[in-house]
Write a protein that binds this ligand. Structure first.
Ligand code: SAM
Length: 311
C-alpha cells in the first residue's frame, strides 16, 4: 500500500515486548511495560494478518528484547503462516540467541540483526550493564551454524565511550560472511543523549580508507567492501543523512499502538478493532495514509525511546 507521499509501505517492525534483559546506557528506558500489557501471540498474529492485507511483506520482530518472550517461536511460526508475509527478521541483543537459534530457524525466521556495540568485555559491560559479551559472540556463531542469513551486527558508537572499538567490530566482517553496520546515535529525549556523543558514519569511514563503496541497494544502510573481507561494512546515518523519502516502514508497539514514524510521537491504538478484521484493515489503511513526510531529529527529539518503539 502507498502512503500519501507515494511511498510503498511494505515493512512492519513489531515490538513484541518492552522488557529487556540489558540496560543499555543510551536506549532510554521508559520503564518497561508490564508483561500483562503485552499483546498475546494470538493478537500479534491477527494484527500482522491485517497489516499483510494492507501490503506488508516483511516483518521484523524487535523489542525491548524479543527473546525474553517464552512464546517467541510460536510468534515467529504464526507470522510465517500468514499469506503475503515473505520475510521474517529478528533484531536481538543476542544474549539468548544460542538457545533459540535452531528453533527460530525451524519456526520460519530467515535473518537476524544482532546489536553489539563493543567487542571489549569491560566496555560492553559498561554500555549494557551486563557481563554477557561471550554469550552474544556465541549467539552470532549459533546463528551462522543454523543458517540464519543475512546476519547483521548493529553497533552504535559514542564519542569517548566506545568510538575506539570500530576496528575490532569491522574485523568481524573480515573473518565471517556477515555485515557490520554502524548506526548513528539518535537523540531520543528519554535517553537524553547529547548530540556531542554522536559519531557520524563519515567520521568512522575516514579512519578506514580501505573500505570501498559497494553498489547501493534499497534500504537505510550504505555498504562498503574491502579486499579479503567475507562480509561488508554498512552505515545507517539516521541523523546526518535522512532517508525519510524512501521510508517503507511502520511500527507496531507491544501494547497494540501503531507508530507510523520513528521520529514522530503520534501513536494510534488499533486494539478497539482487533475483533473485526475488516474494520482493523480499514483503520490500518487510514493510519498509513497519515504517515508523516519524515522525522526532524535535528530539531525535535522523539519522546519515546527505542526500547518502547522497537529498534
Ligand atoms: N533488544 C534488541 C537489540 O538489542 O537489538 C532490540 C531492541 S533495541 C531497542 C534495537 C536497537 O536500537 C539496538 O541496536 C540499539 O542499539 C538501538 N538503539 C537504542 N537506542 C538508540 C539510540 N538512541 N540511537 C541509535 N540506536 C539506538
Amino acid at each position: 500500500m502507498k502512503d500519501s507521499f507515494g511511498r510503498e509501505i511494505s515493512y512492519l517492525r513489531v515490538s513484541v515486548t518492552q522488557r529487556c534483559n540489558l540496560n543499555c546506557v543510551y536506549c532510554g528506558k521508559e520503564g518497561c511495560a508490564k508483561k500483562e500489557a503485552e499483546l498475546s501471540a494470538r493478537d500479534i498474529c491477527r494484527l500482522v494478518s491485517a497489516f499483510a492485507a494492507c501490503g506488508i511483506k516483511k516483518v521484523r520482530i524487535t523489542g525491548g528484547e524479543p527473546l525474553v518472550r517464552a512464546d517467541i517461536c510460536e510468534i515467529v511460526k504464526s507470522i510465517h503462516a500468514i499469506a503475503g508475509i515473505e520475510t521474517i527478521a529478528l533484531t536481538t541483543n543476542g544474549v539468548y540467541l544460542k538457545q533459540y537459534a535452531a528453533a527460530l530457524k525451524e519456526a520460519g525466521l530467515q535473518s537476524v540483526n544482532i546489536s553489539l556495540d563493543s567487542t571489549d568485555e569491560s566496555t560492553y559491560r559498561h554500555l549494557t550493564g551486563a557481563a554477557v559479551l561471550h554469550k552474544v559472540l556465541e549467539g552470532i556463531e549459533a546463528a551462522q551454524a543454523v543458517g540464519l542469513a543475512p546476519i547483521k551486527i548493529n553497533a552504535v558508537l559514542m564519542k569517548g565511550v566506545n568510538s575506539d572499538g570500530a576496528e575490532e567490530l569491522i574485523a568481524l566482517a573480515e573473518k565471517a560472511p556477515l555485515d557490520v553496520r554502524f548506526i548513528e546515535l539518535m537523540p531520543f529525549s528519554v535517553s537524553g543523549e547529547d548530540k556531542e556523543l554522536i559519531v557520524t558514519g563519515a567520521e568512522i569511514l575516514r579512519q578506514f580508507p580501505f573500505l570501498k563503496p559497494l553498489r547501493s541497494e534499497p534500504g537505510t544502510a550504505r555498504y562498503y567492501g574491502a579486499e579479503g573481507f567475507r562480509g561488508r561494512v554498512g552505515f545507517i546515518n539516521a541523523v546526518s543523512r535522512k532517508f525519510c523519502a524512501d521510508c517503507n516502514r511502520v511500527r507496531l508497539l507491544c501494547d497494540g499502538k501503531v507508530k507510523p514514524c520513528l521520529g514522530d510521537d503520534t501513536l494510534y491504538d488499533v486494539m478497539p478493532y482487533i475483533e473485526d478484521e475488516a474494520a482493523l484493515v480499514e483503520q490500518i489503511q487510514s493510519i498509513i495514509l497519515k504517515k508523516p513526510a519524515g522525522h526532524h531529529f535535528e530539531e525535535q527529539a522523539p519522546a519515546h525511546g527505542l526500547n518502547r518503539t522497537g529498534g
